[in-house]
Design a protein around this ligand. Structure first.
Ligand code: DP6
Length: 355
């Protein structure tokens, strides 16, 4: 690599929302507040190499590689994003930019990869901005700016900037909350909530027939649009109180209500989005039956797809793993599931790990 070529790397996690962002306005601002758990193992690593162009013109020049292969679809998506960022990051057209990214989870696993990939990309861009301007931001300002840039790439990515429990969207009772960026929602260090885990049950890895972006747009004319905002705000208040009081039962009930509400909205959109599969419903039934009969603290949540996130706690891991093996794996495509847990947020990766 030549001396005037620089490289930056970040590893960023995916996240799973308990209160769902569904519907947006203006420039990627959410219609309602959301709250998520940042994951640990499901991550994207992105390296950005940049070199000043010989001749300056006002066009974005990028190449995008995913697992070593040029990815033209991702390249044009990123190019559109960078073009839209030119007013905020006017240096972008002055450089040749090359992105190399890879996911730890299979691309077809049905996990929202936009959160981790847009988060890693935003962190690389803000680091590049810092490097070329030689203006070092305070840590808090750095991550806030990265959250804003991530949000412009994908709403849910704004939350992946932080570890643990994270909110995004203006919530009157939460200081520092904003529609523009996410805010960490730290739980008490002694709380059992710090030991929360997520088993992702892959019911189907097929490409979804409604993308999140299309789904959000369907909310603009949805007959339940106003009702959804009231419901999401109520659920947000319930869940932040439940986290504050370490009240597992309200957390579980509210998260399940949100997952089912998201799919009720999808199913009653025009055109509708029927994304749940028979296996998804079977898993929901099994989880509720098991919880009733054993009293184990576990619950499900689902994003805009058929796969189920089973949320539980470290101290009941053994029994939950047996339950998954004995009762749930049979509903998973090729028996696939991912064992994940609460994560600490993105990490800078050293240049040496780029080969
Ligand atoms: C159901 O963040 O993927 O996962 O902003 O259009 O990229 P865009 O949408 P995206 O939507 C996520 C929707 C959700 C709920 C959530 O993560 O809050």
């Amino acid at each position: 690599m030549s001396e005037d070529t620089k490289i930056i790397g970040w590893n960023a996690p995916s996240n799973i929302a308990l209160i769902k962002y569904w519907g947006k306005r203006d420039n990627q601002l959410p219609e309602n507040g959301s709250l998520s758990l940042t994951l640990n193992k499901s991550t994207t690593s992105t390296f950005l190499t940049y070199k000043k162009k010989q001749t300056l013109e006002n066009t974005i020049s990028i190449e995008y590689y995913f697992h070593g292969e040029r990815q033209l679809a991702f390249e044009s998506k990123t190019e559109r994003l960078l073009n839209s960022l030119k007013s905020q990051m006017p240096f972008l057209p002055d450089y040749d930019l090359i992105f190399h990214s890879s996911n730890t989870f299979p691309h077809s696993a049905g996990i929202a990869s936009s959160a981790s990939s847009m988060c890693a990309l935003a962190l690389c861009l803000v680091t590049m901005e810092e490097n070329i301007s030689a203006n070092k931001l305070k840590t808090e300002d750095f991550f806030r700016r990265a959250s804003i840039i991530s949000r412009l790439g994908s709403g849910s990515a704004s939350r992946s900037i932080y570890g643990g429990f994270v909110t995004w969207g203006k919530i009157p009772s939460l200081e520092n909350s904003s529609d523009e960026y996410a805010t960490p929602y730290p739980v008490d260090p002694g709380s059992r909530l710090n030991t929360i885990r997520d088993i992702i049950l892959i019911v189907s890895s097929n490409e979804k027939n409604v993308s999140s972006s299309k789904g959000h747009a369907l909310m603009n004319y949805h007959p339940y649009r106003d009702g959804r905002k009231i419901q999401a705000n109520d659920n947000m208040l319930k869940i932040i109180e439940a986290i504050r009081k370490d009240d597992y039962k309200t957390l579980a009930d509210t998260a399940e209500n949100e997952a089912l509400a998201l799919h009720a909205l999808l199913m009653t959109s025009e055109p509708d989005g029927l994304l749940l599969k028979p296996g998804t419903l079977s898993i929901i039934e099994e989880v509720r039956k098991y919880r009733r009969s054993t009293g184990t603290d576990l619950f499900f949540t689902i994003d805009a797809g058929p796969n189920v996130h089973l949320i539980y706690f470290e101290d009941q891991r053994e029994e939950v793993l047996s339950f998954v093996q004995n009762n749930l794996v049979r509903f998973c495509e090729d028996g696939q599931w991912i064992d994940d847990c609460l994560g600490k947020g993105p990490e800078r990766i050293s240049n040496e790990s780029f080969d």
